[in-house]
Design a binder for this molecule. Structure first.
Ligand code: NAD
Length: 418
């Protein structure tokens, strides 16, 4: 069967979910209830853009999809990217419901974004765009309603603008958004949390497969927030990160890339290309390198029918959301490749977002040590829950993760009675 990558996200998720729902014996009405979004909002955001002396009017489209809030307020990131579209946001919102349920924090799932390439905007234009988007979404946001966070191409500064804009009409409300700068009530450790969490889960999975981390060769696609901190933590743990990449391409060093130097290089040059002592490779070459562990940490659908058979890693940790299509997943599982699914692998970020929200509500900041210690407790529990079910039922980690998440959500929906 042909694979249509433009709709791979929602197709793949529907497929993974379908498997879990079948295992749980959910009927048609229950399935429909869990699959539908609670609310989907599309907004138009007009903005005057400067190109030299010339000013032109552009209208950007923004989205917020609230999937399910049976277990707590809607929670999920905002993405600024030219490929943002409703179908993708819908699938990512659902994914957040399963993540928050799996790691057992009192939130539901949402996602949002603007179809824009922020690299083409000046800083003040990006600020105005973010503030206008916040004004339009304000009626459905709130510290007990819906709490956005950073995702692709959004960062603590963007979260600070959202917090400020929302607070103008609602009073001081730091808990309306997470991933803020620490100076404005952001949590210590939030910036690193997703990547450090990925590294923690990767370590656990390596232990289970008897891959000694200190001898492991690891390739990581994407060197943004998630990819860079995953690489940093794993290299601190003694692993050899043989390849990393960004949107412009990858770099390879058989003895291991110096990750601190790579982070400095990106800060100074805006890209990995040209890092001393490394050889340039393409993103596709990175994915198919001979290595023990492969960590896609960029965009969805990058491992698909075109390259699944060429993947040589024994273990894949899904740091990005939905990086493997369901058809590729079938091929990899059939070959015995172990895959730690996104809803487990990258939950460190939303877990520390939850801690940030708790600290904001209580007006009582924690230190980094407490944040990471508690994050590891939550991640460890989620990992053991998933692994335990997978061993008991002899199913792959993804199926057991979805099964647990769907079961917890369905239970909350049933108990609340809506
Ligand atoms: P980011 O914008 O900080 O970094 C993205 C990285 O991927 C950059 O290095 C970019 O150059 C690279 N990239 C973009 N398109 C690419 C392509 N087509 N091929 C190869 N590389 C490409 O984003 P991020 O926050 O690190 O998010 C990465 C992934 O992790 C996304 O799937 C996101 O949804 C997921 N995620 C992020 C968080 C978080 O806390 N930031 C939490 C959970 C999941």
């Amino acid at each position: 069967m042909e694979e249509n990558l433009s709709c791979c996200c929602h197709d793949s998720q529907a497929n993974f979910l379908g498997r879990a729902m079948q295992h749980l014996g959910l009927d048609e009405a229950q399935r429909k209830l869990l699959l539908q979004s609670f609310r989907e909002v599309t907004v138009q955001i007009p903005l005057k853009l400067r190109k030299g002396e010339v000013e032109t009017l552009h209208t950007f489209t923004g989205y917020r999809v609230q999937h399910n809030h049976a277990r707590g307020p809607f929670k999920g990131g905002l993405r600024f990217h030219p490929d943002v579209q409703l179908d993708e946001v819908r699938a990512l919102a659902q994914l957040m419901t399963w993540k928050t349920a799996l790691v057992n924090i009192p939130f539901g799932g949402a996602k949002g974004g603007i179809t824009v390439d922020p690299a083409e905007l000046a800083e003040d234009e990006l600020e105005i765009l973010t503030r206008r988007f916040t004004q339009k979404l304000a009626p459905i946001l709130g510290e007990h309603e819906d709490i956005p966070a950073p995702d692709v191409n959004t960062n603590p500064q963007v979260m600070a603008w959202i917090f400020d804009e929302y607070s103008k009409s609602h009073g001081y409300t730091p808990a309306v958004v997470t991933g803020k700068p620490v100076e404005l009530g952001g949590s210590e450790g939030r910036l690193e949390a997703t990547g450090f969490g990925v590294a923690f889960i990767a370590h656990r999975a390596c232990n289970d497969l008897s891959i000694p981390l200190k001898q492991a060769h690891i390739a990581i696609q994407g060197f943004g927030n998630v990819g860079s901190f995953t690489a940093l933590r794993l290299s601190e743990m003694g692993a050899r990160i043989v390849a990393i990449s960004d949107i412009f391409g990858g770099i390879y060093c058989k003895d291991g890339v110096d990750i601190q130097a790579a982070m400095r290089h990106v800060r100074e040059n805006g890209r990995l290309e040209g890092l001393k002592g490394t050889k340039e490779i393409s993103n596709n070459e990175l994915l198919t390198l001979p290595c023990d562990v492969l960590i896609p940490a960029a965009m969805e659908g990058v491992i698909n029918c075109d390259n699944a058979n060429a993947i040589r890693a024994r273990l894949i940790i899904e740091a990005a959301n939905m990086p493997i299509t369901h058809m590729a997943d079938d091929k990899l599982c059939a070959r015995g490749v172990v895959i730690v699914p996104d809803i487990l692998a990258n939950v460190g970020g939303v877990t520390v977002s939850y801690f940030e929200w708790v600290q904001n509500i209580q007006r009582f900041p924690w230190d980094k040590e407490k944040v990471f210690k508690l994050m590891e407790t939550y991640l460890s529990r989620a990992y053991e829950d998933v692994r335990g079910l997978s061993r008991r039922k002899q199913v792959d980690l993804r199926t057991s993760a979805y099964e647990l998440a769907v079961q917890r959500t369905m239970q909350a929906v049933t108990l609340r009675g809506f």
